[in-house]
Design a protein around this ligand. Structure first.
Ligand code: F3S
Length: 115
């Protein structure tokens, strides 16, 4: 199992989740963060601190939107994102790469904008 960051994170990017993650397995795109499903140890610490309740266990992805963001989370690590030459994969910590600067098509095309 892993945890998923859903739609409420888009354009909020509070990043409290990154500060508390013991595995450094939360990666920053352009408009949203993504949890690496291989590196996540399911501790749930991130879900407890997110101010917009964006994080949920993959096993509780019951709505169509939640399932879409669960699949999208895999895509962030397994596909070649805009401006990159290869998939990010599992590199053992977001500090090694810093902000990725790109999102999946689902997130990049999302209309949400927070004022
Ligand atoms: Fe996003 Fe919440 Fe983390 S807004 S960056 S999932 S603390």
């Amino acid at each position: 199992m892993t945890f998923i960051i859903g739609e409420p994170c888009i354009d909020v990017l509070d990043k409290s989740c990154m500060d508390i993650c013991p595995m450094d397995c939360i990666y920053t795109g352009l408009r949203k963060n993504y949890i690496n499903p291989v590196e996540c140890i399911d501790c749930s610490a991130c879900a407890d601190v997110c101010p917009v309740d964006a994080i949920f266990p993959a096993s509780r992805a019951v709505t169509e939107e939640q399932r879409a963001f669960a699949d999208d989370s895999d895509l962030f690590f397994d596909s070649i994102l805009s401006g990159r030459e290869e998939p990010l994969g599992s590199i053992g910590g977001s500090a090694k790469v810093g902000d990725i600067g790109a999102d999946t098509p689902l997130v990049a095309g999302h209309p949400k904008v927070v004022s």
